[in-house]
Write a new protein. Structure first.
Length: 632
């Protein structure tokens, strides 16, 4: 029977080669993580190893054994996605070694700050030497501003293991898992096939939960697949929760169609990108010349390695201890989200350079040293979610964005975004309506621009009662969604800035001003239409080759005059009276013939056909054979 998923803690080992990481894991779990013949022959971990065991006061925890050798640093980085706690293993006899330093630097760059130092092989040194080794480790940790307990262990005899397990249990119990941010996302760190089962992938579920039968998409290839089975620690599960180390059996996917470094998520959750805006911390020992403009570098994101070109945005080259922002131009697409961590190494040879956070996973190309861009990046790097929301809305391609888009683009929990938007609305930093949030200053600028557009229209069309909404919508089609535009219209009308009249919009202080000739033409047109309200005249007969009448009639369309057809026009008040008559009749009798319409209104058959066909087009009535019924 399949089990329901449970919250899980992931622990990783780190440290120099041959300091006893794999032996320690076997002592804790009874599981041998060096599984390949080559690993056993060489006596070192090459690929990632995985194990699990139960802590006294916590449910089962997973352990990732990462390689210690410098040659396999790529594999080491791949194993650190979603890690909650690290056992930094240091040989008591050898002390801090190059890979110890490099591993701690990498983990700091990846945002990992929860450690236990395991002083291994304590049986090989005396008490005095062990004390010196512990002092050396404390100095090393202080250099990197890391606070961690140091536990001496002999994994072979088991000495120190009970104390280590006790400290691990205490650390794990104090952990607070990050809130679930919604859609599932898994960085694939292994992909293989098993005869009779098909394609299997493993990784840590960074966000969301997965369930059996769920459809997922492989990024960046776009291949679709379905979860056939879920395993967590060798047990079949109905689901896996965020932070869980899991194996997925995938249907409709060949083994060569997914690989380490790919990302599994629900369709349309992530947009693959060829560029990244990032905050970058240069390591003190790194050569800044290796991060100059257009240098090739290796970027490690999740379990993926990608080659990229560097574009420094602040200085000609990054500096140690300064705020450095880079744009990375990638040589192949990746699927990442804001705040994902990355590591940078030189292209060849491959010294470690630094790393940091992804600030914008889908940026435009930037000019270097652009103050506006740098200001935006500084806000994004600040970690202040309210400031990030305002900054996002101020620079979003459209005027306003729905909360779901904000949550997705900023990689924030939907509940957190809802809370922030309410707070920002109270502070009058945003406007929130019609399911859309708009940055306040940008909204005010748009309203000013709209008034300028209306005034320009009024100058060019002084006899028109207003600018058609369709023209305004067309003018702003890529900037403002129609439903948002309607909300802005209502808001501006309430404030007295504009007037709405049916399908047209006018500036609040605009009035059609007729000269004496136009005023006379207006009076003649209205009088002619009122004289025979149910005999809509032909426009040509009505204006009788008079250009002034033609201009005034055009201005009246959509307000005082209705155009029934290309040739015929009718007073809007007369038409509305007919609509009310017909609606009342049909509500009582359900159907109406043309003859009944004629008897009801007094209109002739010829004009009755014109009026009824226009009502059909307006969605008021619907023709069924020789009868009309109400459509709405």
């Amino acid at each position: 029977m399949e089990k329901v998923g449970q919250d899980q803690i992931i622990i990783a080992t780190a440290g120099h080669v041959d300091h006893g990481k794999t032996t320690l894991i076997k002592a804790l779990t009874g599981i041998e993580t060096d599984t390949t013949a080559l690993e056993k022959k060489r006596g070192l971990t090459i690929n990632l190893g995985f194990a699990f065991f139960d802590l006294p006061h916590h449910q089962q925890v997973g352990i990732v054994d990462v390689p210690g050798h410098a040659k396999f640093l790529k594999n080491m980085i791949a194993g650190l996605s979603g890690v909650d706690l690290v056992l930094l293993v240091i040989d008591a006899a050898e002390g801090v070694m190059p890979q110890t330093r490099e591993h701690l630097a990498i983990m700091s760059l990846l945002g990992i700050d929860n450690y236990i130092v395991v002083l291994s092989k304590i049986d090989t040194v005396d008490a005095e030497f062990r004390a010196l080794a512990e002092d050396d480790v404390r100095s090393f940790l202080a250099e990197h501003h890391v606070s961690a307990p140091i536990i001496g262990v002999d994994a072979v005899s088991g000495k120190g293991l009970p104390q280590l397990i006790q400290v691990m249990d205490k650390k794990v119990s104090a952990l607070k898992k990050a809130p679930d941010r919604g859609q599932p996302r898994l960085n694939v760190d292994r992909a293989f096939s098993i005869k009779g089962f098909g394609t299997i992938v493993t990784g840590t579920l960074l966000e969301g939960k997965v369930t059996n039968g769920m459809t997922l998409e492989v990024f960046p290839s776009g291949k679709k697949t379905k979860i056939r089975n879920i395993q967590v620690h060798d047990e079949n599960m109905a689901e896996a929760l965020p932070g869980t180390r899991t194996a997925l059996n995938l249907a409709n996917l060949k083994p060569n169609e997914i690989k380490r470094g790919d990302v599994l998520t629900v369709p349309d959750n992530i947009q693959p990108t060829w560029m990244l805006d990032v905050a970058f911390d240069l390591l003190p020992q790194a050569d800044p010349d290796l991060v100059k403009l257009w240098r090739r570098v290796r970027v490690y994101l999740g379990a993926r390695e990608i080659i990229a070109r560097v574009v420094p945005l602040v200085e000609s080259q990054p500096q140690v201890g300064q705020k450095n922002y880079l744009q990375l131009r990638l040589e192949e697409p990746v699927a990442v989200k804001k705040n994902d961590r990355y590591i940078l190494r030189a292209y060849s040879p491959m010294p470690l350079l630094g790393g940091g956070k992804v600030l914008n996973p889908n940026p435009a190309k930037h000019r270097r040293f652009d103050e506006t861009v740098l200001k935006q990046l500084t806000v994004q790097a600040s970690g202040d979610p309210a400031a990030m929301v305002v900054n996002f809305l101020a620079n979003y391609p459209q005027l306003g964005a729905p909360p779901a888009t904000i949550a997705d683009q900023l990689n924030l929990a939907p509940t957190k975004v809802k809370q922030l938007l309410h707070q920002l609305q109270q502070q009058q930093k945003i406007s929130l309506s019609a399911g859309t949030a708009i940055e306040q200053q940008r909204l005010e600028q748009f309203e000013m621009a709209l008034l300028q557009l209306l005034n320009q229209y009024h100058q060019q069309n002084p006899l028109q009662p207003g600018m058609p909404k369709s023209e305004i919508s067309g003018h702003y089609q890529n900037l403002v969604p129609l439903k948002v535009l309607e909300v802005i219209f209502q808001h501006m009308q309430t404030a007295g800035k504009i007037r709405l009249a049916g399908a047209v919009v006018a500036a609040g202080d605009f009035k059609v001003q007729y000269n004496s000739q136009q005023k006379q033409a207006y009076q003649q047109l209205i009088a002619a239409l009122k004289a025979k309200p149910l005999m809509p005249p032909n426009q040509a007969d009505l204006i009788d080759h008079d250009n002034t009448k033609a201009a005034v009639l055009k201005a009246l369309e959509g307000s005082e005059v209705i155009r029934l057809s290309e040739q015929n026009v009718m007073l809007a008040t007369a038409y509305q009276a007919v609509v009310e008559q017909v609606t009342t009749y049909l509500q009582a009798h359900q159907t109406m013939t043309l003859a009944q319409f004629r008897d009801l209104t007094g209109a002739s058959r010829k004009y009755g056909v014109l009026i009824l066909e226009y009502m059909d087009k307006q969605g008021i009535t619907q023709r069924q054979q020789n009868q009309r019924v109400l459509k709405r």
